[in-house]
Design a protein around this ligand. Sequence first.
Ligand SMILES: CC(C)(COP(=O)(O)OP(=O)(O)OC[C@H]1O[C@@H](n2cnc3c(N)ncnc32)[C@H](O)[C@@H]1OP(=O)(O)O)[C@@H](O)C(=O)NCCC(=O)NCCS
Length: 158
Amino acid sequence: MSVLKSPSESQIQMREMVMPGDTNIHGTIFGGKIMAWIDIAGAMVATKHCNNPVVTANISDIDFISPIKVGHHVIIKASINYAGKSSMVIGVKVESENPYTGKVRTTTKAYLTFVALDEFGKPVAVPKVDPKTEDDKRRFENAKKRKEAKRSLDASLS
Ligand SMILES: CC(C)(COP(=O)(O)OP(=O)(O)OC[C@H]1O[C@@H](n2cnc3c(N)ncnc32)[C@H](O)[C@@H]1OP(=O)(O)O)[C@@H](O)C(=O)NCCC(=O)NCCS
């Protein structure tokens, strides 16, 4: 497939609120809840980029930077960083917003790989990423480095 698509064509932003049922024993958001939102946001971006169903192949890089309190808002921003033949690397940044003060903090960052599937459930080619902005270009280069680093780590392990 020789189609090129820019990240702006598929990027998304979701907003949630932390409810009491979303919390852990510390009274802040349960990490698994954030991971589910990250997976959903990433899948939406990957699907918009390739216009095919996708599956999550890998979540190898997720950093929890700061907790989020009950009642605070959660802003989930996701965009495609890089595409291989059938795989797509999506970067997701999660921010918290204190609705009483307006203070916004970065809480989580993650990079996920999704694979596009055809009607038989087999990997199918996806459009290449055409990075336009300086951020797009930085994310594109970093995703390639991360992919290469994982490949050489995997190869070095028995
Ligand atoms: C992901 C999956 C479709 C890959 O199938 P496969 O037969 O291994 O396919 P291939 O070896 O041809 O790999 C296809 C692409 O996926 C990439 N890929 C496969 N496994 C990967 C992994 N663990 N991490 C990163 N990329 C991966 C390959 O590098 C390849 O990329 P490219 O086409 O851009 O070069 C298959 O492993 C699968 O169905 N996994 C389960 C998915 C799932 O249930 N997810 C949770 C619910 S959505």
